[in-house]
Design a binder for this molecule. Structure first.
Ligand code: ZN
Length: 326
């Protein structure tokens, strides 16, 4: 944690008047505003520093406290009892002045863009007692977010990823959550201190999700909807597909091959004299095991197709077959 020379940040003398400070701040804030320096990290950081300096120096109480800190700021903090070897030099007790602040860690910047120096002495209890303008809002804990996510059957088999854009309130970049700038209401958030923003996430959906599965990742709950597949019917983790075989294959026996939703090539032997609608179970070839549930099965149901547009000769042969069976 470093000492922050707020006068230097604003480029004003220690004796500067309130008006001097205000006009120096306005000029610097305009020059370094993120809107006119988009993507410039340096300007963004300067803008935060300028705002922080102004937050302290524009308030008579804060400025007084800051001036008292001076070079002895390191000794400021919570009251310490007279410990062994307590000759640490000057002992200051600023805990009354700063509302018991003294949380100072070694951190560089806090989440709100304030330095740890500021957070230690002016954050929290160190803020002015009389609010100027609207009350700054405390950041609210993020609401649990639920989104519907549609996946294909193939994705349910193998897992997939999704980019999500989640609506997420963010601290107003202009006033950094204070709701006020100088003596006026912040024009960007109109005093709310927060703005509607979006959060982008890449989330992983594991293999083996089923209709209605809930997947939690990065604070978001995804409710899974498995997209209907023209080739498959899905029942829980079991998957059913139809496969056609012609009359001769069903009567005499044959082999059919197809790809499972996981992309695996499967060859299925159709025994001779298989009836239309006969079903074959491929154990464990349904949706894969997940969430403590075993893998489902893949059912293959035969659909026997009958010949059409018979030639006179074929018709003769069927008539002969019919006489034989009759
Ligand atoms: Zn604002």
């Amino acid at each position: 944690m470093d000492f922050k020379d707020y006068y230097k940040t604003l480029g004003v003398a220690k004796t500067a008047t309130e008006k001097d400070i205000k006009s120096a701040y306005r000029k610097l804030a305009r020059e370094n505003h993120p809107d006119v320096n988009s993507g410039d990290k340096g300007a963004e950081k300067r803008f935060q520093e300028i705002n922080e300096a102004y937050e302290v120096l524009s308030d008579a109480d804060n400025r007084k406290k800051y001036d008292q800190l001076g070079s002895q700021w390191r000794n400021a903090g919570p009251r310490r009892g007279p410990g062994p070897g307590g000759g640490a030099g000057v002992e200051f007790d600023f805990s009354d002045l700063f509302g018991g602040g003294g949380m100072g860690g070694g951190g560089q910047e806090s989440a709100g863009g304030f330095s740890s120096f500021f957070e230690r002495f002016f954050g929290g209890g160190g803020r002015p007692q009389q609010p100027r303008g609207p009350q700054p809002q405390q950041p609210q804990p993020e609401q649990p977010t639920s989104v519907d996510v549609e996946v294909t059957l193939a994705e349910a088999y193998s897992g997939t990823t999704r980019q999500l854009e989640i609506a997420s309130p963010q601290v107003c970049p202009q006033c950094r959550g204070a709701g006020v700038i100088g003596n006026g209401i912040c024009p960007v958030c109109r005093g709310a201190g927060r703005q509607q923003g979006t959060r982008r996430l890449e989330v992983r959906i594991p293999a083996g999700v089923t209709q209605g599965s809930k997947v939690k990742a990065q604070g978001v709950t995804m409710v899974i909807n498995v997209k209907p597949d023209p080739d498959y019917e899905i029942k829980g983790r079991d998957v059913i597909r139809k496969t056609s075989v012609d009359l001769y294959g069903a009567v005499l026996g044959s082999e059919v091959s197809f790809r499972t939703p996981s992309g695996k090539e499967v060859a299925l032997k159709v025994p001779a004299e298989s009836q239309n609608g006969r079903s074959f179970r491929l154990s464990g070839q349904g949706l894969p095991a997940a969430a403590g549930k075993p893998a489902g099965d893949l059912y293959v149901k035969l659909e026997v197709t009958l010949p059409t547009k018979l030639t006179p000769r074929e018709k003769e042969l069927f008539e002969e077959l019919s006489r034989l069976r009759g």
